[in-house]
Design a protein around this ligand. Structure first.
Ligand SMILES: [Zn+2]
Length: 257
């Protein structure tokens, strides 16, 4: 199971490269029509979990149970040059190995972050303009995704480092001129909603720990429009909660001043 998850994860990292999963690698999936989310599971048996899964993401987050005993998110990201790539489904930034996220005794490495529009997670039935996913993995292949909602508002200087270097072609990594600390993309208050979910893209593998931040960040209309020029709509619809519960944890201290 862990092995499958690791290989599925690489598939996401590499934008469906044959290296991860030979069968899934060539499947052309997207966000509408015959190859859209309703049909992902029909495209190949490898995507079966997209239809069969009972713990899928994204979800509408409402009725969260408060859990003061959950750990705070302990983010240790660093300033480094961005390696940006357009993988055909989103714009993704690959992270250096030393960016980590600790949650209690559990330590994850930031692998990459990427964007969706509109937001995939809903809060109390509400969607946001965009969503940032910071994808983490521990040494055993377990995944944890930090979801950051992005609403219309002021121009976001940190986001500009990515949004002003959006690669239109799919020919691999582009190194941006700017050095960026991914932590500058996070809100100060790291209060979060936690639930057990899945990848939101095929193969929709489950056992992904989701930490969706309660506080959105802002981006200007122009910034959001610049992403939408490449991807006008790349969000999976919300999935049934089924037997799961969502927990809410209020952060004890700001992550960065
Ligand atoms: Zn995502």
């Amino acid at each position: 199971m862990k092995l499958r998850l690791a290989s599925a994860f690489l598939g996401v990292l590499l934008g469906g490269s044959a290296l991860a999963d030979p069968a899934a690698g060539h499947i052309d999936w997207n966000y509408d029509g015959d190859h859209g989310p309703k049909h992902w599971a029909e495209l190949t048996p490898d995507f079966g979990e997209c239809a069969r899964g009972k713990a899928q993401s994204p979800i509408d987050i409402s009725h969260a149970t408060p859990r003061a005993d959950l750990p705070d998110l302990d983010v240790h990201y660093h300033t480094a040059p961005l390696r940006i790539l357009n993988n055909g489904h989103t714009v993704q930034v690959n992270a250096p190995d030393d960016d980590t996220l600790s949650i209690g005794a559990h330590r994850y490495h930031l692998a990459q972050f990427h964007f969706h529009t509109p937001s995939e997670e809903h809060l109390d039935g509400k969607t946001y303009a965009m969503e940032l996913h910071m994808v983490h993995r521990d040494d055993e292949g377990h995944l944890a995704v930090l979801g950051v909602l992005i609403r219309h508002g002021r121009r976001n200087a940190a986001l500009d480092h990515v949004l002003s270097h959006l690669p239109e072609d799919h020919d691999g990594e582009h190194e941006a001129v700017d050095d960026v600390d991914p932590a500058s993309l996070l809100p100060k208050d790291l209060s979060y909603f936690y639930y057990e979910g899945s990848l939101t893209t095929p193969p929709c593998a489950e056992h992904v720990a989701w930490y969706v931040l309660e506080h959105p960040i802002e981006a200007s209309k122009q910034q959001i429009a610049s992403f939408k020029k490449l991807y006008a709509h790349n969000a999976r619809p919300v999935q049934p909660l089924n037997a799961r519960r969502v927990y809410a944890h209020r952060a004890h201290a700001p992550a960065h001043p």
